[in-house]
Design a binder for this molecule. Structure first.
Ligand SMILES: C[S@@+](CC[C@H](N)C(=O)[O-])C[C@H]1O[C@@H](n2cnc3c(N)ncnc32)[C@H](O)[C@@H]1O
Length: 219
């Protein structure tokens, strides 16, 4: 009963999140790309991206496949991806790393499998109050689906250390995202969100369209 109520409250918020993610990430994806959505969950992000970028193929890789997803989903042990180096053009890992006990290992696997880009979407904390809000949001969004929460989140400095460790370049970074509708956004969106597009070492170096990495705060 409570779980059904939380799911129906969450639905319009989740839909808005999908629309924002598609609008922000679409420009980084090519019609010829094969994309792996690691920890794809219900697969709706992959389906929405395919709808926005005709020709794009998105497949999922999940530790716990749910069944009935609108994209092709491969199951695996959550540790070693059964894939060759550079098997996909782009790997997306959206709100997965903070559910993973060894996020470093998962990131390294993402970078190994992506020949061009790794896209990270996750949460970001700065101080006690923001951590409390992220924990509440994380629990409310995942409890109805039985996804365990570890309640561990990176700071901006921790996110910014990631590209160097992966030997990747930073193509674009969002330090704030207007991810949710209405009043949900100032409370749970904005600075509690983090997203980055990384160029892997298997892709040619040299920044975005203007040759410089972009950083932005906001949608
Ligand atoms: C909060 S959901 C995010 C779902 C989806 N990415 C989205 O943005 O809507 C986190 C998902 O990550 C999955 N997951 C956690 N650790 C994983 C791992 N090491 N490899 C693949 N999936 C993992 C969980 O099973 C869960 O479905």
């Amino acid at each position: 009963m409570i779980s059904r109520l939380m799911t129906s409250l969450h639905a319009p918020i989740y839909q808005h999140r999908l629309e924002v993610l598609v609008a922000q990430l679409g420009p980084y994806l090519r019609a010829t790309d094969r994309v792996l959505d690691v920890g794809c969950g219900n697969g709706n992000l992959g389906r929405a991206l395919m709808g926005a970028v005709p020709g794009l193929v998105v497949e999922g890789l999940e530790r716990v496949p749910r069944g009935g997803e609108p994209i092709k989903v491969h199951g695996y042990d959550g540790v070693t991806m059964p894939l060759e180096r550079g098997a996909y053009d782009v790997v997306i890992v959206a709100d997965v790393l903070h559910h993973e006990r060894d996020p470093e290992r998962l990131l390294r696997e993402c970078a190994r499998v992506a020949s061009r880009l790794v896209i990270i979407k996750d949460h970001k904390v700065a101080g006690w109050f923001s951590a409390a809000r992220v924990r509440l949001m994380d629990w409310a969004a995942n409890a109805p689906y039985g996804v365990p929460c570890l309640f561990r989140y990176n700071t901006l400095a921790q996110w910014r250390a990631v590209p160097a460790r992966l030997n990747a370049g930073l193509e674009r970074e969002w330090t704030s995202l207007d991810l949710y509708p209405g009043l949900w956004n100032p409370v749970f969106g904005r600075g509690l969100q983090y997203m980055a597009v990384l160029r892997t070492d298997q892709s040619s170096a040299g920044g975005g369209a203007d040759g410089r990495a972009g950083v932005s705060a906001g949608r």
